[in-house]
Write a protein that binds this ligand. Sequence first.
Ligand code: CP
Length: 310
Amino acid sequence: MNTDWSRKDLLGLRELSAEEINFVLETADAFKQVGTREVKKVPALQGKTLINLFIEPSTRTRTSFELAAKRLSADIVNITASASSLTKGETLKDTAKVLEANHADIIVLRHGSAGAPQFLSTHVRASVINAGDGAHEHPTQGLLDLYTIREKKSRIAGLHVAIVGDILFSRVARSNIFALLKLGARVTLVGPSTLVPRAFEQLGVAVTHDLEKVLPEVDVVNLLRIQHERQRKEYFPGLGEYIRLFGLTKERARLLKPDCLIMHPGPINRGVEIDSELADGAQSVILDQVTNGLAVRMAVLYLCSGANGS
Ligand code: CP
C-alpha cells in the first residue's frame, strides 16, 4: 500500500482532495477484504489507545469506531457525556488534556457544536477524528456513503444523487455534498424551502422543492432524518405535511429507476422520511452502509494514526 496520506486528523471532507478521498476508499477496500477472513483482526494499531468521546448520542458511529479499533488491535475506552466530568463543568479542552495525559493516541469526537473537533485538534497531539459536529460535517458518514455508492455502481463520477430532507441542519448532507462533487457526481438537494434554501446552490448543487420531478432522474436517493434536536423551531407545518410532500412512499418509489439506490444514514424514522417496506426492500442499501462503515473507519484510523508509514 502506498503512503499518499499526511493528515493526523480527519475533521471534514471539505478540505480533502479527490485523491485523498479515493485513497481512503481504496484503503477501505483492503480492510473490507480483511473482514471476510476467518481471523478478522490485524495488528496495525497494536499498542495504540483510542478514546471514543461521544458528547451526543450515537448507535452506528460509536459502535463502528469501537469495532474498527478492536479489529486493528488498538486499546479502546468509551466515554459518553453523562459519564464524563463534562457534566461537572470541566471544559472540552481540559477533558482532552486529561485523555492525552493518559497517553491517548486517537480521540474520536462527536459533539453538538460545529467546530469542536477542529478546536480540539489545535490543543492535543493525538489524532482527532470528527464523528459528527453539530450541523457542520460527519466525514466518516460521507466516506462510507461514497464507498457504498462506488461499490454498488462501480463509479461515482457522472452519477446523479438526490439528497432529500433536512439539509440545513444536516452534517451528513454537507460531507456528502463536498465529497460527491469532488468525485464528479451531480447533486440535487430536495426538501422544503425552509430546510433547503437556494443559498446551497453556491456549493455547486441544484436545489428543488419538487421530489416527484427529480425521482425518475436520479441514480441514488439519500434520505435524511429531520434533525429536531438542532431546530429552535419547526421548519415546516408538521410531520403529516412533510410526509405528503417529501416522504419516500411506496407510490413515489415507483417513479425511481429500477436500479436506483435508496440510502439513509440512520437513525430512520420509519413512515416519515421513508416507508418501512422500502427501508427493508431490494433497492435499499441502508445496512450495506452500516457494514461499509466499519471498513471505512478502519481505513481512517489506520491512515490518521500513521500506521501506513506516512
Ligand atoms: N448515521 C449516524 O451518525 O448514526 P448514529 O447517530 O447512530 O451514529
